[in-house]
Write a protein that binds this ligand. Sequence first.
Ligand SMILES: [Zn+2]
Length: 510
Amino acid sequence: MLWTLLKIILFIAIVVGAVFGLSILTEMDNLGVLIVMGREFVITPLIAVVGTIVLLLVVWLLFRIVGLLVATLRFLNGDETAMSRYFDRRSERKGYEALGEGMMALAAGEGRLAIRKAERAEKYLSRPELTNLVVAQGAEMVGDRALATETFKQLVTDDRTKFVGVRGLMKQRLDAGDTETAMKLAEKALALRPKNAEVQTTLIGLQSKHEDWAGARGTLAAALKAGNLPRDVHKRRDAVLALAHAREAMAEGQVAAATRDVAEANRLAPGLVPAAVMAARLDVEAGRKRQAAKAVRKAWDQNPHPNLAAAFAAIEPDETPEQRLKRFRPLLAKHAGHPEVRMLEAELHIAAEDFPAARKALGDLAEAHPTARSVTLMAAIERGEGAEDRVVRGWLARAVTASRGDQWVCSNCGHVHEDWAPICANCETFDTLDWSEVRQSQAALAGPAQMLPLIVGALEDQSEPEPEEAEIVEVTEAEDTPAEVDPDSPAPGAEAAAQPEPEEPRATQN
Ligand SMILES: [Zn+2]
């Protein structure tokens, strides 16, 4: 407002000044008379002023012409760029200014502006390998997929920006869910830049998603060689890939190849539970019991896991419960006090029908850390010791609302898996399955079991559950009691059920 006012005042002042100056000039006496070729020219002050301005202009033009002449002379002398340099310097400056503004716009998140500036810069610079980079990013920013694709394709045509173009196209295919094409592009990108960590990771993920285990192992080796992976991480992932390869071979009936690959996986990562379990199983089938026991024990030393206990039990399927308990002693001694070991020992004692020993082994686990498995074990112990049905049912009712304990959980998306797999079934990420407990709120667990007290009360007069035993000790509640926990409640070895949430008890009306 004030600025506009000032401008108006300034404009009026200039006009008044000019008029005033003009009137002074016209009123002044003539400066003199110029005689050129016999003719007289009267020089008024006005002509003098105008003449001076014209003279200045002529001098400026002369300088420009001299500059151009110098450039022309240089050009004729062999310096070909001198001419174009003379003309280009100005537009180059403008071009870089526009490019800089475009990059600023990118950083500020203004995609459209960035594209406009880059297009302007391209007009002055003619350097598509630079300006297209800004256009592509701007297009991605504003979600203009078609423009981004077109720009990436242009980048591919230039050797200097080929990698950027291929990578951009790869990302676009990934976003569109076209993993097939994305994988081919990732391979192409990696051929251009074999050491690029990001593309390596992407390619390994895609190859494992497409179950190209051998290809993924190759890429993993390249990542290690390029120094993009710590050696221990490489070892672990290589083991997982070898195991996945072994499983595939096994599914196709190629036992020899499966044995070789699983041995490799077991050697690379002795603590990888599914590898140890599979190695032990193949060893048992081939009659190598000692080797099987060694594989299991090595993995158990790193972390006790029910699958390992089951594999260890399967080495001697026909032994008595007492013999089994004796054979398990070294395993139990290794991680004394660990919940897994306490539950395993309790299960072994229950199988041997030594209920007081089972109670002692379990200790306060069912109270301190109630899980479906520990609470069900408590029910079996009470039942074995001849407690009242009410007590047994009380424990079983608690099992419904208890946590499911440790399960194979994807550390990326939290999806719970029944069995270990190299790829998460939900988010399809590679090697993300951990043996851990899902954190659930008490409300979420209790939800389906709100009516349990009623059901448990109504069952008072029904037949009592009969604990059964199978494999090592399948602590299963008899199928003829309708409103109990799911029949396949946790058994040793069998990983503590895979249902993400407790199942609704089947209430009966009869
Ligand atoms: Zn996942």
